[in-house]
Write a protein that binds this ligand. Structure first.
Ligand code: ATP
Ligand code: MG
Length: 389
């Protein structure tokens, strides 16, 4: 029996004139994500997208798992393809739905006719298919109000489709429809969640990581790559820039007052990130900051880091509690990696009494002993680029 994946594209339906463009980007994303599973035909019609495998051995289960993570999809189904002919629908559907129907007690049939020329009206389709199902599965009863399962029959452009399960999609907007932004990624819990949150709103991601060997180990860098590959299952591939940060940290430690270490470090990160982001086509930076979570994330502290970045800084977690962030992190499977205990460059130089109410003037004064431009140029020239899939 021939099957397809039938996709309903949710929020996309609202996008008016942009819709075509959005759907084309979504289709491109789906194609890319399913590529390694074999050849498929993907087409759109009547606010749905049809994925039709060309090969017998197509791994449907894995394909569904991947589709579940693609942003811009509200819901989808694995569906049986029938001729647009009641006899064919009645003959194939009961057998196709066997394993599902055997495990429930009540059901109903719902029919939708996108093609109004189909000779039977929706209630007639329901009655006929319901009758045949009842005659084959004697344990079943019809319950139109609260059935264990609903069997859907959709009469569409070229075929009829039958399915019994609507799977919830990842929601959001197709990655790439909102432009590109650069996530500042550490090895912690927050930044991968921030990356995922913004990819969900349609941003394609670049990533920037500051590494401070030998204070931070190669394992810490591996951890960042693992986190990004987990995010990439949703966002698609991510370009990663790894910026050497050791010299800057040493210079800060040797030339600046201790209570400003973290703030100055973050200002240096922002300055470098802005340059790298612009070079790679990003229109904004993204961080995992959450108001008040640590000393460098109080409002006065954020003002001093924002002041050095001449580019919008998106902070999707700014109003979230740690608990809410951890919940997302578990859902997207980054949590277990994030809590691995490898040193992060921020923890290495954490001051005992960090400044929580800095001013722009006091920050400038505190970093006046640094050769800021020279340090930035050197770090950028030694930055390494890789690609996470
Ligand atoms: P996270 O859990 O993301 O590490 P955090 O609560 O530990 O966040 P900080 O360490 O203060 O907070 O960092 C705040 C934000 O700054 C991070 O969410 C991240 O966006 C960015 N950041 C921190 N360290 C690095 C780093 N080594 N490389 C790149 N970005 C970083
Ligand atoms: Mg951190």
């Amino acid at each position: 029996m021939k099957e397809i994946i039938l996709i309903k594209n949710g929020e996309l339906a609202l996008k008016g004139l942009n819709r075509c463009n959005f759907e084309d980007i979504l289709i491109k994303n789906i194609r890319r994500r399913l590529k390694s599973l074999g050849e498929v035909t993907i087409r759109k019609a009547q606010s749905a997208i049809y994925i039709e495998p060309k090969e017998e051995a197509f791994d449907f289960h894995e394909a569904l798992n991947r589709v579940k993570l693609i942003f811009g999809i509200a819901g989808f189904s694995r569906a049986l393809v029938c001729e647009k002919d009641m006899t064919d629908i009645l003959e194939k559907s009961p057998e196709y739905l066997k394993s599902t129907l055997e495990n429930v007690k009540t059901f109903k049939v719902e029919a939708k006719r996108a093609d109004k020329r189909f000779p039977l009206k929706s209630p007639e389709i329901c009655r006929e298919l319901g009758g045949v199902i009842l005659s084959k599965y004697h344990h079943l009863k019809v319950d139109v109000h609260n059935p264990d399962i609903t069997v859907f029959v959709e009469i569409r452009d070229t075929n009829a489709y039958v399915h019994a399960e609507q799977i919830q999609g990842a929601g959001g907007l197709p990655v790439g429809t909102a432009g590109i932004a650069s996530i500042l990624i550490s090895g912690g819990i927050d930044s991968p969640v921030a990356a995922w949150t913004m990819a969900k709103r349609g941003l394609r991601l670049n990533a920037i990581h500051f590494a401070s060997p030998p204070y931070t180990s190669p394992r810490a860098e591996m951890k960042v790559k693992t986190l990004l590959s987990k995010v990439a299952r949703y966002s698609g591939c991510i370009n990663l820039a790894i910026v050497p940060f050791t010299e800057i940290q040493d210079e800060i430690a040797n030339n600046c007052p201790e209570e400003y270490f973290t703030l100055i470090m973050r200002r240096m990160m922002m300055r470098i990130a802005e340059k790298i982001a612009r070079e790679s086509g990003s229109l904004a930076l993204i961080t995992g900051e959450s108001l008040g979570q640590v000393a460098s994330q109080t409002l006065p502290a954020l003002v001093t880091t924002d002041a050095v970045a001449n580019i919008p800084v998106l902070r999707p977690l700014i109003g979230m509690d740690k608990e809410e962030i951890v919940t997302i992190s578990r859902n997207i499977d980054t949590f277990e990696t994030s809590i691995l205990p490898y040193e992060d460059c921020c923890t290495v130089f954490t001051p005992k009494h960090p400044k929580t109410r800095p001013t722009l003037e006091s920050c400038s004064e505190a970093e006046s002993g640094l050769e800021i431009d020279t340090l930035i140029e050197k770090a950028i020239s030694e930055t390494l680029y890789t690609y996470i899939d």
